[in-house]
Design a protein around this ligand. Structure first.
Ligand SMILES: NCc1cc(CSc2ccccc2)c2nc(N)[nH]c(=O)c2c1
Length: 378
């Protein structure tokens, strides 16, 4: 009996088109339609947006960050206040990362040992130890519907020996994470994370090792960490076929609309990225015709909206000249409008992807979407 079979499966595959899939992932706080884009609400807020707008834009699930929330306001305080959903007011599914990735990218004086990652808080400099067991405890206290195992992600390019060391450590942490998760109530999920850098054999070993442990779903980590898109896609080609077809696959921290379309084509179901809100705060809009930098003077007298055929009101109604003015003036409303415009675009892209796969038209959708992007904004 494969341990993977012992783990309940809350994912339902509805249709496939080539390697692309569309399905439904049922969580304790609601259903997630896949392929799904999950906006990142790092410290319990979606920067520049109300949760109402996130929901109206079409997001079924949002992400929270264990690293940030355990440091401030603390997992124990959020638990005492009823958990992340009640604390934030987002009354839907939430996924939290394990925190190790953020430690490596945000904190100082960090040390990785067999037992844990030790670091100093970027907020008050306090020494903190994050073990697989503590990471799972924090995610359980937050009440997230989908928790991630503790792992070590290596930036690329990297030495083969370092990639292998981190991949093997992550596999041992996967087993410890699963043991620590065993007391979670039914319906709550734990995903394993495939590591292995840009080395196919290490990707294979990681994927096989995780399936042997058995998880509700499988993430592909350690990509979009400095490698060319072609390398990222090649590693997805090496990894996805080794993951159980009937369970969800999540590509962590990816990506641009083009990255997402290419990864859906290769069998990925879930995505997250800070780009929609981060680019929005920097004056850049994602549209059906590619990215538009509203700081550019060419928009100063342009009365047209970004896309008059968009289903999203701000995208259909706000004049480029106004958005340009807000961005140049540093008005908060500029960041707010472009954040919602971008999150809405990503959600419209995912709606189009799901519909195309459901009707066996993914290839046509893929071609037409890329032609629109290539045509550019005129
Ligand atoms: N840049 C890719 C990336 C991003 C994240 C962060 S994804 C995220 C961010 C915020 C909240 C929830 C998930 C990762 N997280 C883990 N645990 N492992 C990785 O290899 C990895 C790679």
């Amino acid at each position: 009996m494969n341990p993977d079979d012992d783990v309940p499966n809350h994912f339902e595959l509805l249709a496939t088109d080539g390697a692309a899939r569309t399905g439904r992932l049922t969580t304790p706080h609601g259903v997630v339609r896949t392929p799904a884009f999950m906006p990142v609400g790092t410290a319990g807020a979606m920067k520049g947006m109300h949760w109402r707008e996130v929901r109206d834009a079409g997001a079924d699930i949002v992400l929270g960050n264990t690293y940030h929330l355990m440091l401030r306001p603390s997992a124990e305080r959020i638990a005492a206040l009823g958990g992340l959903q009640r604390f934030t007011g987002w009354n839907g599914p939430m996924l939290t990362d394990s925190g190790g990735f953020q430690v490596m990218s945000l904190s100082d004086l960090r040390k990785v040992s067999e037992n844990a990652v030790t670091f100093r808080s970027h907020i008050d400099g306090a020494k903190v130890e994050l073990s697989p067991e503590r990471s799972i405890e924090v995610q359980r206290l937050l009440g997230s519907d989908i928790a991630m195992q503790m792992d070590e992600c290596v930036r690329l390019p990297a030495e083969h020996a370092d990639i292998e060391r981190a991949m093997q450590l992550s596999l041992r942490w996967a087993e410890r994470s699963k043991r620590a998760f065993e007391s979670a109530p039914a319906g709550y999920m734990l995903f394993g994370i495939v590591q292995g850098g840009d080395v196919p054999q290490l990707r294979h070993a990681s994927a096989r090792g995780l399936v042997a442990v058995g998880f509700h779903g499988y993430a592909i980590g350690g990509l979009a960490v400095g490698e060319p898109q072609a390398v990222m896609l090649a590693m997805i080609d090496e990894t996805a076929p080794l993951l159980p077809r009937e369970r969800p696959r999540y590509l962590m921290g990816v990506g641009t609309p083009d990255d997402i379309l290419e990864a859906v084509k290769r069998g990925i179901d879930m995505f997250d990225c800070v780009m929609p809100t981060r680019n929005g705060r920097h004056g850049v809009a994602f549209t059906r015709f590619g990215q538009v930098n509203l700081r550019n003077a060419r928009h100063a007298d342009d009365p047209r909206p970004l896309d008059e055929e968009s289903s999203w009101p701000s995208t259909r109604n706000c004049a480029r000249a106004y958005l340009h003015h807000l961005v140049k003036a540093g008005e908060t409303l500029g960041a707010m409008l472009l954040s919602e415009i971008n999150v809405a675009y990503y959600q419209s892209l995912m709606r189009g992807v799901r519909d195309a796969i459901a009707h066996g038209k993914f290839d046509e959708f893929y071609q037409r979407t890329r032609e629109d992007w290539a045509r550019g904004d005129i």
